[in-house]
Design a protein around this ligand. Structure first.
Ligand SMILES: [Mg+2]
Length: 262
């Protein structure tokens, strides 16, 4: 595929009016057993940063905290963490104020999960959210889901599903769909794409689809892997094969623009 006739040729031709949004885990990074060990694929950061210097907006939109993502990317790349509860723009972090009052509840949740769940369940504390991972112990899924449902009903936290994990989040109305809607709301945006591999990315695809009513040129790009939800693939305009396929796509998006040196 060449840049001139590729599925994103219209983006490359007008990068200064293009919004490029991408998930992190399973999209820019391979899925790994220890979530703390995930790193972007070779070439991913250079391509993302290169695009961020010429495109209207480039943002990494993730369920991770921004503090996890920030060390990987230059400040030209916007970061949206915890599905929109927090963000980092121009090197400054902001958070939705109403989420902050859930920090103590989340800390209590982490402590209770460590005390009550089997020791082989990986408990990822994210500050304003917590993720319970069962990738290495799939037989624990039922136990984790039941514990999360009970704990959520007692605290008011919301339960969300992700790849081989259950998440407990503050009941604040944000999701990746809201993030996408906000990112494409500027009148000088003409093209927008979103790249993702997980359940939470379905809302982003839906928001992108809705934005076509405003005449936006959009692409919903699913990253195919063994755990990618069928619903996400079914809703995609384009499917790429794993994070390697994402890097190839980002490089092709750049066209003749140089990737950042990192
Ligand atoms: Mg992902």
């Amino acid at each position: 595929m060449t840049t001139e006739d590729g599925p994103l040729a219209s983006f490359t031709a007008e990068l200064d009016s293009a919004v490029i949004l991408t998930d992190f885990d399973g999209t820019l990074s391979e899925i790994v057993v220890d979530p703390g060990a995930a790193v972007p694929l070779d070439g991913a950061v250079a391509a993302v940063e290169g695009l961020s210097r010429v495109a209207h907006t480039v943002a990494v939109v993730s369920g991770r905290p921004v503090d996890f993502l920030a060390p990987f990317f230059a400040d030209t790349v916007e970061l949206v963490g915890l599905y929109g509860l927090e963000w980092r723009r121009d090197g400054r972090t902001g958070r939705i104020p109403e989420a902050g009052r859930w920090r103590a509840v989340v800390a209590d949740t982490v402590a209770r999960a460590r005390a009550e769940l089997p020791g082989d369940v990986h408990i990822e504390s994210k500050g304003l959210a917590v993720t319970l991972h069962y990738r290495t112990v799939p037989e624990r899924r039922g136990t984790i889901e039941a514990w999360a449902a009970t704990w959520a009903s007692r605290t008011g936290l919301h339960v969300g599903a992700a790849r081989c994990s259950v998440e407990l989040n503050p009941p604040v109305l944000v999701d990746k769909g809201r993030v996408v809607s906000d990112a494409v709301s500027s009148p000088d945006v003409r093209h927008a794409c979103y790249i993702g591999d997980d359940h939470a990315d379905i809302a982003a695809f839906a928001a992108l689809e809705a934005s076509t009513e405003n005449g936006l040129d959009t692409r919903r790009i699913a990253v195919h892997g063994t755990e990618t939800p069928d619903e996400l693939v079914a809703a995609a305009d384009l499917v790429v094969d794993g994070p390697t396929g994402v890097v190839d796509l980002l490089v092709s998006l750049l066209g003749d623009q140089p990737a950042a040196v990192s």
